[in-house]
Ligand binder design. Structure first.
Ligand code: OSB
Ligand code: MG
Length: 371
């Protein structure tokens, strides 16, 4: 397929609730949407980064820079027939995984549409529904947290992840565990702790958590191995894994027992598939993480989560949990009986981007080539 044209849309959508983590609060969520045009088809991919380099070193501005100056010019005018051919065009750019992922994932969508199959099928996935949970930000009080948890459990979410930070760990987690003794409950620290906090993690062992996500430094693997050896709760790595090589190191060092797979964080679907195979072979379960994506990124995530080694519920909640009106249709609804989302069956990612809505929330757009 000849890549005729690319568009990069920078949009900002208000979140239905502000989202607070150990690195800050977000009320308006930006992202870049990449559209790739070929033969009357258009493929979409999302770059789900933020305005500030706090979760990862990439920002909207760096992703815009790398996409427009380095990645897009490599791809426009090229003919690609396989995913490997796509990634070959930008393997010389180091880092900038989220920028790369947005373009690569748009090309995967295009390829799946050209073959007339849903993306899940092109990736080798098998499920028709994927199990999901909800990620709850840090709340002002434990009472407010319990109210939020109740709201989501009532909606049908069967797995709840609580964001934690220093001073907001034992008390909120214990309160939720006491109220919901059998709920699938887990914590995400977003790197808020150090090895000096081992005693705290030993205390958390009593709460029967599914896992604790990214307790230590964002670029660490070694210290996580030391922590995992001292606690019973499985550690799950998020921020530390940016490549198949990192995943291999984590497996070999026993730095975690679970991996959070975010396709944007590892540079796109090709790397996601490589890590998936590696984890399957090593007996390391995984789940699909989220980055407060629009319907575009959420659809990509859902297709990826149909692969066999995604054996734990993902951070892929219903559209209404994030946005009052999203830029893609149809919205995703929670199947309340089994805490799942239904995998789209149309070719590609299977959602339609609503251009009128994109224009309403758009900050800027670039079309490559200009004419
Ligand atoms: O650490 O998993 C994280 C959102 C933005 C940045 C980092 C993270 C998150 C979440 C939200 O936990 C998951 C979601 O999209 O529902
Ligand atoms: Mg996380």
């Amino acid at each position: 397929m000849k890549i005729e044209r690319l568009e990069i849309h920078h949009i900002v959508q208000p979140l239905v609730q502000p989202f607070r983590t150990s690195f800050g609060t977000e009320s308006n969520r930006p992202c870049l949407l990449v559209a790739v045009y070929s033969d009357g088809l258009v493929g979409w991919g999302e770059c789900p980064t933020s305005d500030s380099p706090c979760y990862s070193s990439e920002t909207i501005t760096t992703a815009w820079h790398v996409l427009t100056e380095f990645l897009a010019p490599q791809v426009v005018g090229q003919t690609v027939t396989t995913p490997a051919e796509m990634t070959a065009h930008f393997c010389h750019v180091r880092g900038h995984e989220m920028a790369k992922a947005s373009l690569e994932n748009a090309l995967w969508d295009l390829l799946a549409q050209a073959r007339g199959v849903p993306l899940s099928q092109l990736l080798g996935g098998q499920r028709e529904r994927v199990e999901v949970g909800v990620s709850i930000g840090i709340q002002p009080t434990v009472a407010q947290l319990l109210a939020r948890v109740e709201e989501f459990v009532t909606q049908g979410y069967q797995r709840v992840k609580l964001k934690i930070e220093s001073g907001w760990e034992i008390e909120p987690l214990t309160a939720v565990r006491e109220r919901y003794p059998t709920l699938k409950l887990m914590a995400d620290a977003n790197s808020a702790f150090t090895l000096a906090d081992v005693a705290l993690f030993k205390e958390l062992d009593a709460l029967n958590l599914l896992m604790i996500e990214q307790p230590l430094h964002y670029d660490d693997i070694f210290d996580h191995a030391k922590l995992q050896a001292q606690i019973n709760t499985p550690i799950c790595l998020d921020e530390s894994i940016h490549s198949p090589n990192h995943a291999r190191h984590a497996i070999e060092m026993k730095a975690c027992r679970i991996i959070n797979m975010k396709v944007a964080r590892v540079g796109g679907l090709s790397n996601a598939l490589t890590i998936h195979e590696m984890c399957l072979a090593a007996g390391m379960p995984m789940w699909c993480g989220g980055m407060l994506e629009t319907g575009v990124g959420r659809a990509t995530n859902i297709h990826l989560a149909t692969l066999p080694n995604f054996t734990l519920p993902g951070d892929i909640s219903a559209t209404s949990r994030y946005y009052a009106e999203d830029i893609a249709e149809p919205p995703f609804y929670l199947n309340t009986a089994d805490s799942t989302l239904t995998v789209p069956t149309k070719p590609g990612i299977g959602v339609e981007v609503q251009m009128a809505r994109v224009q309403k929330v758009r900050e800027r757009v670039i079309i490559i080539p200009k004419n």
